[in-house]
Design a protein around this ligand. Structure first.
Ligand SMILES: C[S@@+](CC[C@H](N)C(=O)[O-])C[C@H]1O[C@@H](n2cnc3c(N)ncnc32)[C@H](O)[C@@H]1O
Length: 316
């Protein structure tokens, strides 16, 4: 078995990925007033027990907690021991701030360690894009949720970024170059999926998956937050975002560039190394340019994204 074929390598890739994305930058993913609106649409005021599946270091549990009634019990679970440890460390302070009770436990989303019919609402954020069998996870989320409770999945379409422009100069694009880049990205996506590592753009398919597991009253919304980056970088949010981008570019983590990992996905998606290497040369040139712009505080981006919030009611 080659270096990039083993189950251990897959797990390691997932671990590295989640460690590099679970940073302060996530705390700026949502507009506060939008979360408040969601809390009204999803009857947070009627919840006493809530579950966060694939909770990472608890960022979304903490962000939503202020919209639940005081004393709501929020249980987060994740299969990474290190994430659970960090979530527990943060939870005391958060509990004092919002008066909620937090419990973070290790577990597999394929076999959620909560009781049947325990929760009033169960949610996940960017979990289903990482699992091989999202319907099984949704079935589990349904099992632990009471009749009439909401299941909420927050998942993106990440391929849309391939058709976005950072600035006006980029709008003079070359169609052939663009088609080659998009082909590589599509093959990487397909390959990742084939390797059993999930599908990065699963957000579009959530209503279909919700229907398949028998959820009812399905609602679909899109986050109104743009992760824009406009000089001068004079707010903490912008500085955190820029620092994160620089880190990804330099280390290859998160959305950054990692030759071995991306080639592995590309080949699994039916691509040839020679084609990948042409793409990679282009990527390296772009990376240097981007790093320079970020460091000189000249990088500008509207920061568009497509993050779905899909909710469905449990009917048992
Ligand atoms: C991109 S992170 C998102 C974390 C968190 N939901 C957030 O939005 O900040 C994906 C998380 O899912 C976890 N994960 C992936 N597959 C899992 C599974 N089968 N069971 C439990 N956790 C899983 C990872 O460990 C990681 O913490």
């Amino acid at each position: 078995m080659g270096k990039y074929n083993g189950a251990d390598y897959q797990k390691n890739i997932e671990k590295q990925h989640s460690e590099s994305v679970l940073t302060e930058e996530r705390e700026y993913w949502w507009n506060e007033d939008y979360l408040e609106l969601l809390s009204k649409r999803l009857n947070f005021d009627q919840c006493q027990k809530v579950a966060d599946i694939g909770c990472g270091i608890g960022t979304m549990s903490f962000a939503l907690s202020k919209f639940f009634p005081e004393n709501t019990v929020i249980k987060g679970m994740d299969f990474e021991k290190g994430h659970i440890k960090k979530a527990r460390q943060k939870s005391k302070k958060k509990s004092r701030e919002h008066g909620n009770e937090f419990h973070f436990v290790e577990g597999d989303a394929m076999d959620i360690p909560f009781e049947t019919d325990e929760m009033d609402l169960t949610f996940c954020q960017t979990l289903l894009i990482h699992v091989d069998q999202p319907t099984h996870v949704l079935e589990e989320m349904k099992r632990v949720t009471k009749n009439d409770g909401w299941i909420v999945a927050i998942e993106p379409n990440n391929l849309v970024h391939s058709l976005m422009f950072d600035n006006y100069a980029q709008t003079h694009f070359d169609i052939d170059d663009m088609m080659k880049i998009i082909e590589v990205r599509l093959r990487c996506e397909k390959g990742k999926r084939k390797l059993g590592l999930g599908f990065n753009s699963l957000g579009d398919a959530l209503p279909d998956l919700f229907t398949q597991v028998g959820l009812e009253d399905i609602q679909v919304w899109i986050s109104d937050k743009a992760l824009s980056c406009i000089p001068p970088y004079d707010t903490r949010e912008k500085r955190v975002r820029v620092a994160q981008l620089i880190d990804w570019l330099e280390t290859g983590g998160g959305g950054g560039f990692n030759y071995d990992r991306d080639l592995w996905y590309f080949k699994a998606g039916g691509g040839k190394k020679a084609d990948f290497d042409i793409y990679w040369n282009y990527v390296m040139m772009y990376k240097e340019k981007l790093l320079k712009q970020l460091i000189e505080q000249k990088y500008i981006s509207a920061g568009g994204s497509l993050m779905y919030i899909v909710a469905g009611r449990v009917s048992k």
